[in-house]
Design a binder for this molecule. Structure first.
Ligand SMILES: Cc1cc2nc3c(=O)[nH]c(=O)nc-3n(C[C@H](O)[C@H](O)[C@H](O)COP(=O)(O)OP(=O)(O)OC[C@H]3O[C@@H](n4cnc5c(N)ncnc54)[C@H](O)[C@@H]3O)c2cc1C
Length: 386
Protein backbone atom coordinates (compact mmCIF):
# COMPACT_ATOMS: atom_id res chain seq x y z
CA UNK A 1 0.00 0.00 0.00
CA UNK A 2 1.23 3.48 -0.81
CA UNK A 3 0.30 6.30 1.57
CA UNK A 4 0.21 9.54 -0.37
CA UNK A 5 -1.86 12.66 -0.80
CA UNK A 6 -3.42 13.43 -4.16
CA UNK A 7 -1.93 15.94 -6.58
CA UNK A 8 -4.26 18.74 -5.47
CA UNK A 9 -3.16 18.37 -1.83
CA UNK A 10 0.52 18.20 -2.78
CA UNK A 11 0.41 21.33 -4.93
CA UNK A 12 -1.49 23.11 -2.16
CA UNK A 13 1.29 22.06 0.22
CA UNK A 14 3.89 23.62 -2.11
CA UNK A 15 1.85 26.81 -2.30
CA UNK A 16 1.64 26.98 1.50
CA UNK A 17 5.38 26.44 1.88
CA UNK A 18 6.13 29.26 -0.56
CA UNK A 19 3.74 31.54 1.30
CA UNK A 20 5.23 30.70 4.70
CA UNK A 21 8.81 31.25 3.56
CA UNK A 22 7.80 34.62 2.07
CA UNK A 23 5.81 35.77 5.12
CA UNK A 24 7.60 34.35 8.18
CA UNK A 25 11.28 34.47 9.11
CA UNK A 26 13.02 31.05 9.36
CA UNK A 27 12.16 29.51 12.67
CA UNK A 28 15.71 29.68 14.04
CA UNK A 29 15.82 33.40 13.40
CA UNK A 30 12.47 34.14 14.97
CA UNK A 31 12.48 36.21 18.10
CA UNK A 32 9.85 34.72 20.39
CA UNK A 33 9.84 37.72 22.68
CA UNK A 34 7.32 40.44 21.83
CA UNK A 35 7.89 44.06 22.70
CA UNK A 36 4.55 44.44 24.40
CA UNK A 37 0.97 43.52 23.70
CA UNK A 38 0.63 45.63 20.56
CA UNK A 39 3.59 43.88 18.97
CA UNK A 40 2.12 40.43 19.69
CA UNK A 41 -1.35 41.50 18.50
CA UNK A 42 0.01 42.95 15.25
CA UNK A 43 2.24 39.93 14.54
CA UNK A 44 -0.61 37.44 15.00
CA UNK A 45 -3.45 39.38 13.41
CA UNK A 46 -1.19 40.70 10.63
CA UNK A 47 -0.31 37.13 9.61
CA UNK A 48 -3.95 36.05 9.87
CA UNK A 49 -5.06 38.96 7.69
CA UNK A 50 -2.66 37.71 5.01
CA UNK A 51 -4.25 34.26 5.31
CA UNK A 52 -7.66 35.87 5.07
CA UNK A 53 -6.70 37.69 1.86
CA UNK A 54 -6.10 34.28 0.28
CA UNK A 55 -9.29 32.87 1.80
CA UNK A 56 -7.26 30.42 3.85
CA UNK A 57 -8.10 31.65 7.36
CA UNK A 58 -11.68 30.36 7.28
CA UNK A 59 -11.02 27.81 4.54
CA UNK A 60 -13.06 25.14 6.35
CA UNK A 61 -16.18 27.32 6.54
CA UNK A 62 -19.01 27.10 4.00
CA UNK A 63 -18.72 29.57 1.10
CA UNK A 64 -21.93 31.38 2.03
CA UNK A 65 -20.22 32.59 5.22
CA UNK A 66 -17.03 33.71 3.49
CA UNK A 67 -15.15 30.42 3.78
CA UNK A 68 -13.78 28.22 1.03
CA UNK A 69 -15.69 25.01 1.79
CA UNK A 70 -12.31 23.21 1.73
CA UNK A 71 -12.14 19.42 1.85
CA UNK A 72 -10.90 17.69 5.02
CA UNK A 73 -7.68 16.74 3.27
CA UNK A 74 -6.97 20.33 2.24
CA UNK A 75 -7.66 21.48 5.82
CA UNK A 76 -5.33 18.77 7.09
CA UNK A 77 -2.51 19.88 4.81
CA UNK A 78 -3.05 23.51 5.86
CA UNK A 79 -3.00 22.64 9.58
CA UNK A 80 0.04 20.42 9.14
CA UNK A 81 2.11 23.00 7.25
CA UNK A 82 1.16 25.88 9.55
CA UNK A 83 1.99 23.89 12.69
CA UNK A 84 5.30 22.69 11.21
CA UNK A 85 6.18 26.34 10.60
CA UNK A 86 4.92 27.38 14.08
CA UNK A 87 2.78 29.97 12.31
CA UNK A 88 0.43 32.08 14.50
CA UNK A 89 -2.85 30.64 13.24
CA UNK A 90 -4.75 29.93 16.49
CA UNK A 91 -8.07 31.81 16.30
CA UNK A 92 -11.02 30.98 18.52
CA UNK A 93 -13.29 33.17 16.40
CA UNK A 94 -12.66 30.87 13.46
CA UNK A 95 -12.64 27.68 15.54
CA UNK A 96 -15.95 28.01 17.39
CA UNK A 97 -17.46 31.50 17.62
CA UNK A 98 -18.22 31.77 13.89
CA UNK A 99 -19.36 28.14 13.60
CA UNK A 100 -21.70 28.63 16.58
CA UNK A 101 -23.15 31.76 14.99
CA UNK A 102 -23.73 29.86 11.74
CA UNK A 103 -25.76 27.28 13.65
CA UNK A 104 -27.51 29.33 16.34
CA UNK A 105 -26.89 33.05 15.66
CA UNK A 106 -29.50 35.62 14.68
CA UNK A 107 -29.27 37.27 11.24
CA UNK A 108 -28.12 40.47 12.94
CA UNK A 109 -25.33 38.63 14.80
CA UNK A 110 -24.19 36.87 11.63
CA UNK A 111 -24.07 40.14 9.68
CA UNK A 112 -22.21 41.97 12.42
CA UNK A 113 -19.66 39.38 13.53
CA UNK A 114 -19.01 36.82 10.80
CA UNK A 115 -17.34 39.10 8.22
CA UNK A 116 -15.09 40.54 10.94
CA UNK A 117 -14.05 37.04 12.03
CA UNK A 118 -13.28 35.97 8.45
CA UNK A 119 -11.16 39.10 7.93
CA UNK A 120 -9.27 38.68 11.25
CA UNK A 121 -10.52 42.07 12.48
CA UNK A 122 -11.01 40.90 16.08
CA UNK A 123 -9.12 38.70 18.52
CA UNK A 124 -11.50 36.39 20.40
CA UNK A 125 -10.90 34.63 23.70
CA UNK A 126 -12.90 31.85 25.35
CA UNK A 127 -14.17 32.10 28.91
CA UNK A 128 -15.35 28.67 30.02
CA UNK A 129 -13.11 27.51 32.89
CA UNK A 130 -13.46 28.72 36.47
CA UNK A 131 -11.51 27.93 39.62
CA UNK A 132 -14.16 25.30 40.47
CA UNK A 133 -15.05 24.20 36.93
CA UNK A 134 -12.62 22.71 34.41
CA UNK A 135 -13.11 19.10 33.37
CA UNK A 136 -16.50 19.36 35.07
CA UNK A 137 -17.37 22.48 33.12
CA UNK A 138 -21.09 22.26 33.80
CA UNK A 139 -20.30 23.21 37.42
CA UNK A 140 -19.56 26.80 36.32
CA UNK A 141 -20.91 29.51 38.66
CA UNK A 142 -20.48 32.84 36.85
CA UNK A 143 -23.97 34.37 36.93
CA UNK A 144 -25.88 36.25 34.26
CA UNK A 145 -29.10 37.92 35.44
CA UNK A 146 -31.59 39.57 33.07
CA UNK A 147 -32.12 43.27 33.70
CA UNK A 148 -34.25 45.03 31.07
CA UNK A 149 -32.51 44.72 27.68
CA UNK A 150 -29.26 43.57 29.27
CA UNK A 151 -27.79 40.76 31.30
CA UNK A 152 -25.63 41.61 34.32
CA UNK A 153 -22.63 39.31 34.71
CA UNK A 154 -20.82 38.58 37.98
CA UNK A 155 -18.17 35.96 38.68
CA UNK A 156 -14.68 34.79 37.78
CA UNK A 157 -13.10 32.92 34.87
CA UNK A 158 -9.61 31.46 34.79
CA UNK A 159 -6.99 30.22 32.27
CA UNK A 160 -8.38 32.62 29.65
CA UNK A 161 -5.83 32.28 26.84
CA UNK A 162 -5.14 35.58 25.12
CA UNK A 163 -7.67 37.41 27.32
CA UNK A 164 -5.21 40.31 27.64
CA UNK A 165 -5.09 40.68 23.84
CA UNK A 166 -8.70 39.94 22.98
CA UNK A 167 -11.26 42.37 21.60
CA UNK A 168 -14.21 40.05 22.18
CA UNK A 169 -15.02 37.32 24.68
CA UNK A 170 -16.99 34.12 24.16
CA UNK A 171 -18.55 33.41 27.54
CA UNK A 172 -20.50 30.61 29.19
CA UNK A 173 -22.51 31.84 32.20
CA UNK A 174 -25.25 30.46 34.41
CA UNK A 175 -28.68 31.94 33.75
CA UNK A 176 -30.78 29.48 35.76
CA UNK A 177 -29.20 28.44 39.06
CA UNK A 178 -32.18 26.24 39.95
CA UNK A 179 -32.07 24.06 36.83
CA UNK A 180 -29.96 20.86 36.67
CA UNK A 181 -26.39 22.05 36.06
CA UNK A 182 -26.23 21.28 32.32
CA UNK A 183 -29.53 23.03 31.70
CA UNK A 184 -29.01 26.53 33.14
CA UNK A 185 -26.06 27.76 31.02
CA UNK A 186 -26.19 30.43 28.27
CA UNK A 187 -23.61 31.61 25.72
CA UNK A 188 -22.74 35.31 25.40
CA UNK A 189 -20.47 37.48 23.29
CA UNK A 190 -19.12 40.56 25.03
CA UNK A 191 -16.71 43.41 24.45
CA UNK A 192 -13.60 42.75 26.56
CA UNK A 193 -13.32 46.49 27.25
CA UNK A 194 -16.76 46.56 28.94
CA UNK A 195 -16.85 48.40 32.29
CA UNK A 196 -16.51 45.93 35.20
CA UNK A 197 -14.20 43.49 33.39
CA UNK A 198 -10.83 43.09 35.12
CA UNK A 199 -8.09 40.99 33.50
CA UNK A 200 -5.22 39.79 35.66
CA UNK A 201 -2.23 38.04 34.09
CA UNK A 202 -1.29 34.49 35.10
CA UNK A 203 2.40 33.97 34.36
CA UNK A 204 3.01 30.34 33.49
CA UNK A 205 5.76 27.97 34.61
CA UNK A 206 7.90 29.04 31.61
CA UNK A 207 7.62 32.69 32.70
CA UNK A 208 5.31 33.52 29.79
CA UNK A 209 2.04 35.45 29.80
CA UNK A 210 -0.42 33.36 27.80
CA UNK A 211 -3.47 33.08 30.02
CA UNK A 212 -5.30 35.20 32.59
CA UNK A 213 -7.91 35.43 35.29
CA UNK A 214 -10.94 37.48 34.28
CA UNK A 215 -13.25 39.02 36.89
CA UNK A 216 -16.78 40.30 36.20
CA UNK A 217 -18.33 42.93 38.44
CA UNK A 218 -21.81 43.97 37.30
CA UNK A 219 -20.81 43.78 33.64
CA UNK A 220 -23.72 44.74 31.35
CA UNK A 221 -24.07 42.66 28.19
CA UNK A 222 -26.94 43.43 25.78
CA UNK A 223 -29.43 40.56 25.48
CA UNK A 224 -28.90 40.84 21.71
CA UNK A 225 -25.46 39.26 22.37
CA UNK A 226 -26.87 36.02 23.73
CA UNK A 227 -26.02 33.28 21.25
CA UNK A 228 -28.65 30.60 20.74
CA UNK A 229 -31.31 29.75 23.25
CA UNK A 230 -31.16 30.92 26.86
CA UNK A 231 -30.29 27.97 29.16
CA UNK A 232 -29.28 25.78 26.18
CA UNK A 233 -25.65 26.98 26.16
CA UNK A 234 -24.24 23.63 27.23
CA UNK A 235 -25.61 22.05 24.09
CA UNK A 236 -24.47 24.98 21.91
CA UNK A 237 -20.90 24.73 23.25
CA UNK A 238 -20.36 21.36 21.62
CA UNK A 239 -20.42 22.85 18.11
CA UNK A 240 -20.94 19.92 15.80
CA UNK A 241 -19.69 21.32 12.49
CA UNK A 242 -17.77 18.94 10.35
CA UNK A 243 -14.31 20.57 10.47
CA UNK A 244 -10.92 18.86 10.53
CA UNK A 245 -10.07 17.76 14.07
CA UNK A 246 -7.29 15.25 13.63
CA UNK A 247 -4.82 16.82 16.07
CA UNK A 248 -2.16 16.94 13.33
CA UNK A 249 -0.76 20.15 14.86
CA UNK A 250 1.02 18.29 17.71
CA UNK A 251 2.66 15.87 15.33
CA UNK A 252 3.74 18.50 12.79
CA UNK A 253 5.16 20.67 15.57
CA UNK A 254 6.80 17.58 17.11
CA UNK A 255 8.36 16.69 13.77
CA UNK A 256 9.92 20.13 13.50
CA UNK A 257 11.32 19.93 17.04
CA UNK A 258 12.79 16.45 16.51
CA UNK A 259 14.41 17.60 13.26
CA UNK A 260 15.92 20.59 15.03
CA UNK A 261 17.27 18.37 17.82
CA UNK A 262 18.82 15.99 15.26
CA UNK A 263 20.48 18.93 13.48
CA UNK A 264 21.80 20.13 16.82
CA UNK A 265 23.19 16.68 17.64
CA UNK A 266 24.94 16.58 14.25
CA UNK A 267 26.39 20.05 14.76
CA UNK A 268 27.63 19.36 18.29
CA UNK A 269 28.83 15.72 18.35
CA UNK A 270 30.15 16.27 21.87
CA UNK A 271 26.55 16.49 23.09
CA UNK A 272 25.79 13.02 21.77
CA UNK A 273 29.11 11.64 22.96
CA UNK A 274 28.29 12.75 26.46
CA UNK A 275 25.17 10.63 26.49
CA UNK A 276 25.24 7.47 24.39
CA UNK A 277 21.56 6.65 24.73
CA UNK A 278 20.52 9.92 23.10
CA UNK A 279 20.65 8.35 19.62
CA UNK A 280 18.05 5.80 20.69
CA UNK A 281 15.92 8.46 22.34
CA UNK A 282 15.94 10.62 19.21
CA UNK A 283 15.08 7.58 17.08
CA UNK A 284 12.17 6.74 19.41
CA UNK A 285 10.84 10.29 19.19
CA UNK A 286 11.12 10.31 15.38
CA UNK A 287 9.15 7.04 15.28
CA UNK A 288 6.51 8.42 17.61
CA UNK A 289 6.05 11.46 15.39
CA UNK A 290 5.40 9.14 12.44
CA UNK A 291 2.99 6.94 14.43
CA UNK A 292 1.12 10.02 15.64
CA UNK A 293 0.97 11.53 12.18
CA UNK A 294 -0.82 8.42 10.97
CA UNK A 295 -3.21 8.53 13.95
CA UNK A 296 -4.08 12.07 12.85
CA UNK A 297 -4.35 11.09 9.17
CA UNK A 298 -6.72 8.33 10.23
CA UNK A 299 -9.04 10.81 11.94
CA UNK A 300 -8.98 13.13 8.90
CA UNK A 301 -9.59 10.20 6.55
CA UNK A 302 -12.60 9.11 8.61
CA UNK A 303 -13.99 12.62 8.36
CA UNK A 304 -13.35 12.72 4.61
CA UNK A 305 -15.46 9.56 4.36
CA UNK A 306 -18.31 11.17 6.30
CA UNK A 307 -17.64 9.25 9.52
CA UNK A 308 -17.59 11.03 12.90
CA UNK A 309 -14.37 10.40 14.82
CA UNK A 310 -14.85 10.22 18.55
CA UNK A 311 -12.44 8.12 20.63
CA UNK A 312 -10.10 8.22 17.62
CA UNK A 313 -9.71 12.00 18.08
CA UNK A 314 -9.12 11.47 21.83
CA UNK A 315 -6.38 8.91 21.07
CA UNK A 316 -4.69 11.42 18.77
CA UNK A 317 -4.90 14.21 21.38
CA UNK A 318 -3.65 11.95 24.17
CA UNK A 319 -0.74 10.54 22.18
CA UNK A 320 0.19 13.95 20.72
CA UNK A 321 0.26 15.80 24.02
CA UNK A 322 2.21 13.11 25.87
CA UNK A 323 4.59 12.77 22.91
CA UNK A 324 5.29 16.52 22.96
CA UNK A 325 6.37 16.17 26.60
CA UNK A 326 8.67 13.24 25.72
CA UNK A 327 10.22 15.24 22.86
CA UNK A 328 10.82 18.19 25.19
CA UNK A 329 12.47 15.86 27.72
CA UNK A 330 14.69 14.30 25.05
CA UNK A 331 15.81 17.82 24.15
CA UNK A 332 16.77 18.40 27.76
CA UNK A 333 18.66 15.10 27.83
CA UNK A 334 20.55 16.07 24.66
CA UNK A 335 21.57 19.47 25.98
CA UNK A 336 22.39 18.32 29.49
CA UNK A 337 23.07 21.19 31.90
CA UNK A 338 22.98 23.72 29.03
CA UNK A 339 19.30 22.88 28.54
CA UNK A 340 18.46 24.82 31.66
CA UNK A 341 19.80 28.12 30.32
CA UNK A 342 17.17 30.74 29.51
CA UNK A 343 17.23 33.44 26.85
CA UNK A 344 19.30 35.82 28.96
CA UNK A 345 22.39 33.56 28.95
CA UNK A 346 25.07 34.01 26.27
CA UNK A 347 25.96 30.32 26.76
CA UNK A 348 22.54 29.16 25.63
CA UNK A 349 22.70 26.76 22.63
CA UNK A 350 18.97 26.77 21.90
CA UNK A 351 16.05 27.72 24.10
CA UNK A 352 15.01 24.23 25.14
CA UNK A 353 13.93 25.15 28.66
CA UNK A 354 10.94 27.21 27.49
CA UNK A 355 9.69 24.36 25.31
CA UNK A 356 10.21 21.84 28.11
CA UNK A 357 8.33 23.91 30.66
CA UNK A 358 5.58 24.88 28.22
CA UNK A 359 4.96 21.23 27.32
CA UNK A 360 3.74 20.53 30.87
CA UNK A 361 0.36 22.11 30.10
CA UNK A 362 -0.20 20.06 26.91
CA UNK A 363 -1.79 17.22 28.86
CA UNK A 364 -4.17 19.61 30.65
CA UNK A 365 -5.26 22.10 27.96
CA UNK A 366 -8.24 21.17 25.77
CA UNK A 367 -9.19 18.16 27.94
CA UNK A 368 -6.78 16.39 30.29
CA UNK A 369 -5.18 13.03 29.55
CA UNK A 370 -7.39 11.39 32.18
CA UNK A 371 -10.51 12.71 30.43
CA UNK A 372 -9.20 11.44 27.05
CA UNK A 373 -8.45 8.02 28.59
CA UNK A 374 -11.99 7.95 29.99
CA UNK A 375 -13.40 8.56 26.50
CA UNK A 376 -11.17 5.90 24.92
CA UNK A 377 -12.12 3.41 27.65
CA UNK A 378 -15.88 3.93 27.54
CA UNK A 379 -16.59 4.89 23.92
CA UNK A 380 -13.66 3.12 22.26
CA UNK A 381 -13.24 -0.05 24.29
CA UNK A 382 -16.81 -0.26 25.59
CA UNK A 383 -15.69 -0.51 29.22
CA UNK A 384 -18.23 0.34 31.94
CA UNK A 385 -18.14 3.81 33.50
CA UNK A 386 -16.26 3.97 36.81
C1 LIG B 1 -2.40 26.15 28.29
C2 LIG B 1 -3.84 26.19 28.71
C3 LIG B 1 -4.71 27.05 28.07
C4 LIG B 1 -6.06 27.09 28.45
N1 LIG B 1 -6.89 27.99 27.84
C5 LIG B 1 -8.18 28.09 28.24
C6 LIG B 1 -9.04 29.07 27.66
O1 LIG B 1 -8.64 29.83 26.78
N2 LIG B 1 -10.30 29.17 28.13
C7 LIG B 1 -10.79 28.35 29.10
O2 LIG B 1 -11.96 28.48 29.45
N3 LIG B 1 -9.99 27.41 29.69
C8 LIG B 1 -8.71 27.27 29.27
N4 LIG B 1 -7.87 26.34 29.86
C9 LIG B 1 -8.40 25.53 30.96
C10 LIG B 1 -8.57 24.06 30.61
O3 LIG B 1 -9.68 23.86 29.79
C11 LIG B 1 -8.68 23.30 31.95
O4 LIG B 1 -7.45 23.47 32.61
C12 LIG B 1 -8.96 21.85 31.76
O5 LIG B 1 -10.26 21.65 31.25
C13 LIG B 1 -8.82 21.07 33.09
O6 LIG B 1 -9.59 21.67 34.08
P1 LIG B 1 -8.93 22.06 35.49
O7 LIG B 1 -7.65 22.81 35.25
O8 LIG B 1 -9.98 22.73 36.29
O9 LIG B 1 -8.53 20.69 36.16
P2 LIG B 1 -9.52 19.67 36.88
O10 LIG B 1 -10.69 19.39 35.99
O11 LIG B 1 -9.80 20.17 38.25
O12 LIG B 1 -8.63 18.38 36.94
C14 LIG B 1 -7.67 18.14 37.98
C15 LIG B 1 -7.18 16.71 37.81
O13 LIG B 1 -8.29 15.80 38.01
C16 LIG B 1 -8.43 14.96 36.89
N5 LIG B 1 -9.84 14.69 36.62
C17 LIG B 1 -10.84 15.59 36.60
N6 LIG B 1 -12.01 14.99 36.26
C18 LIG B 1 -11.72 13.68 36.05
C19 LIG B 1 -12.49 12.55 35.65
N7 LIG B 1 -13.80 12.66 35.41
N8 LIG B 1 -11.85 11.36 35.50
C20 LIG B 1 -10.52 11.25 35.74
N9 LIG B 1 -9.73 12.29 36.14
C21 LIG B 1 -10.32 13.49 36.27
C22 LIG B 1 -7.82 15.73 35.74
O14 LIG B 1 -7.41 14.87 34.68
C23 LIG B 1 -6.65 16.42 36.41
O15 LIG B 1 -5.55 15.56 36.51
C24 LIG B 1 -6.54 26.26 29.50
C25 LIG B 1 -5.65 25.40 30.14
C26 LIG B 1 -4.32 25.37 29.77
C27 LIG B 1 -3.40 24.44 30.49
Amino acid sequence: MRFAFDQDAESFRDELRDFISAELPPIDERDNEFEGLEDEYNYTMGFQKKLSERNWLAMAWPKEYGGAGASHMRQLVFNEEMAYAAAPVGNMGIAWVGPSLMLYGTEEQKTKFIPRIVQADDWWCTLYSEPGAGSDLAALQTRAVKDGDDYIINGQKIWTSGGHLADWGWLAARTDPDAPKHKGITMFMFDMKSPGVTIRPLINIADRHGFNEVFFEDVRVPASQVVGEVNRGWYHMAVALDFERSGIQSFAGGRRTVERLVQLARKHPALVGARETIRHELAERALEVNVGTFLAYRVATMQAKGLVPNHEASASKLFGSEMSQRIALTGMHLLGMAGQLRDDSRHQVIDQATGYLSAVSATVAAGTSEIQRGIIATRGLGLPRG
